[in-house]
Design a protein around this ligand. Sequence first.
Ligand SMILES: Nc1ncnc2c1ncn2[C@@H]1O[C@H](COP(=O)(O)OP(=O)(O)OP(=O)(O)O)[C@@H](O)[C@H]1O
Ligand SMILES: [Mg+2]
Length: 413
Amino acid sequence: MTRHMIGLLLGTEDDWPTAFTEILRRLGPVEGPGGTHDFDVERITIEPFSLRDRPRYDMAIDRLAYWYYHPREWLKKVALMDGVYLLNSPFTFQSMEKHAAYCAMMRLGLKVPETVLVPYKNPIDNNRYAYTAARYNQPFDLDAIAKKIGYPLFMKPYDGGAWRGVSRINNADELHAAYDASGEMLMHLQKAIDYDVFARSLSIGAETMVMKFQPDQPMHLRYAVEHDFLSPDAGLEVVTIGKLVNAFFRWEFNSCETLVKGGDVYPIDYANACPDVALTSLHYYFPWAMKTLVKWAVFALVTGRRARLDVETDRFFAVADEPGLSYGEKLGEYRKLADAYFDTERYQDFCATSLARLDQLVLDWVTGPDFDQLLVRTVQSVYPAHEHDQFIAHLRGLLHLWVRDESTRLAAA
Ligand SMILES: Nc1ncnc2c1ncn2[C@@H]1O[C@H](COP(=O)(O)OP(=O)(O)OP(=O)(O)O)[C@@H](O)[C@H]1O
Ligand SMILES: [Mg+2]
């Protein structure tokens, strides 16, 4: 029996870690290469560590290091020194900024809207700034930049998240007001896409779920339960771009945002490498996310998948630079590179054999009382008391819908 220890690096959340742990517990030992494999899950605590300490973990799933730097440095240490498998490695995640992903996607020929990075509005807190800025900062014409991009446009931090500092700009007055308010934030100006559909895709290892997203709605209504809301071509393209960007940066747990207008797919945010997987936001899609996280973790550990800290940009750029290839053909080549990186075929075989019982097991769990308790506890911890009944009913309804759809799917299979 080979034992694997999975560590969870967490902030305030309790819902998905409980779900993840429970599914693994119900799954029990898994047969795979080298015999039987067993899994333990633990929450990682934050404490002093010697840089030469050996960690207890074979894998760490991180939802914390994007803002808490002590564990981020621990992740770097265990990635470099101990070969711990990380979702995601801080060397490869750029969730502190979206800029690198824009650059990579433009270099690969994707339709990122026109984007300009402008210098800080206010002096940043560094005593060399005044001298450096006086000597090297060129005066620039903000209006001319905006005019060239064209209104409406978005002004948003190059390293944004959670809508911090994001504004939609319709004219020069709004432009200056937003820039003046940006202070010490470094801002992108980006052409606004007047989209038909906002698709948000959650990628976990070799799998991607594309969901219809409604950014103007409150958190619990942002993911709409709607299937086939994209044409087959646009759907395939959204999935391919997600896999491509993730394979390019070695992200294995990420959520991506794309705007779809007619037949065109515009990526706008591909760097959320500590993605939200809360029960209250994912609702209907939560069982899929938890199951997939378990599948990918088990697959990686049982097959001895090695974490990759290097990126192989040249392999991707070679496709981008191939003169004879159309956009669609490039996507096809990118898809092959991404599937090779994620070992997609082997993963699918592994799920179909070693994890064949998982679908039914998760369905039984979501149908039963343990899951309902988790749902109720989660609502009680997230919402004020007077909203408990409303949100418990809301989530139960959506999860019943999932149970119905999943039962139909399994019966047909
Ligand atoms: N180029 C664009 N065209 C149209 N809408 C945009 C564009 N850029 C951003 N938006 C809108 O602004 C929202 C926030 O932008 P963005 O995703 O870049 O910021 P964020 O801080 O990462 O937000 P989140 O945490 O929700 O992902 C998007 O969900 C979208 O509705
Ligand atoms: Mg975003």
